[in-house]
Design a protein around this ligand. Sequence first.
Ligand code: SF4
Length: 434
Amino acid sequence: MTKKVFIETYGCQMNVYDSELVKSILTDNKFAITPIEDQADIVMLNTCSVRDNANRKIYNRVHEIKQKKADSLIGILGCMATNFKTDLLDKKGLKIDFIAGPDSYKTLPTLLSSLLKTGEKQYDVTLSEFETYSDISPSRKDGINAWIAIMRGCNNFCTFCVVPYTRGRERSRDPFNIVEEVKQLVKEGYKQVTLLGQNVNSYKSDDYDFTDLVKMVSDVEGIERIRYTSPHPKDYPEKLIKLMTERDNICNQIHMPLQAGNDRILHKMNRTYTKQEFLDLVKQIRSINPKMALSTDIILGFPTETEEEFQDTIDVVKQVEFDSAFIFKYSERPNTRAAMKFPDDVSEETKKDRIIRLNDIQNEISLKKNEALIGSTQEVLIEELKTKKSENEIQGRTDCNRIVILDKNDEKIGDKVFCKIIGASRNVLKGIVR
Ligand code: SF4
């Protein structure tokens, strides 16, 4: 009988994409995917080791699943699998039946067959220097945006980050293979693609770099919007800013992780740029394209960060005026260099205080920037035919990735409409169709 699999995804967009790959691999190998956990014979948790409390959350979920349905087979995929390896299978009181790391998903059908046949725990957490899954077509959710992983792994070894250990070294897909995928997505009705990589500007395939790839994707007939995430500030290319400015279908939006604004902390994080270099990059981007929206990630309370050093981060936030920022408290990730070398010595109270203060500053900036758009005309790509608050409203995004709420008329998902902005909060704009 066909076994039904339920997949639950945690963490970043790369994991969302990987779950789409896993679904495709399994359905090609006589397994069925179910969106209903209670109907599943096998539950897979595609895990993340980046965020706080990630491990505990997964252990609790495993207990919960087993309590609900004792005969469910449970597998751990993703970063936790490569981070903890067979320790996960051996962990007392934790009933995990199989684990597979991010480079082992093609072996899942074999692992599952062996598990079903023998009842013995199975694992494959090998990291590959070559696996890019370019021969697998992900089983995507309908919508207007398709995620495309253009590369896998990371060579940067930021000291707080586990990704280079859990996802291995950088490998890039062939650009022509990516272009074919984009052409197919356009045929299927997708309007937007988001190119994914841990550090997209390290993309390299023979003589093709990331700017070449974006240009090739932009040349695909019918693709309306192109986004990408995330670049690294250490080597962001000027020619890419110019290309984005010249091409209408490449969105004027960059998510550029700052992480910290102080040179000593940046050095301890192994980010390999200074505060001034980051500010110079922003100046360069804005001198070429003043419309470019900038968002960022920031970690507060990295080991030994002083109040004075935190003030440097505030200073960058105030000078740059990011459109939005994801601000996190530092917390140790097992097996990272920071966890092994630097005691987590900034108190929880101090971290909380810093996060509140920086969020207040950023919220004010985001509101000010959104309010400045009142009265302007924006082109909005419709993404949802309802909002969290109302069935009578729809929502979409501007080229700069701002959410705009509109009254419902007869628009459809994927339509582009011009609207006048009539209201703003720090997170969303309100518009009326012109
Ligand atoms: S660039 Fe740094 S933070 Fe990003 S995935 Fe690589 S090591 Fe992690």
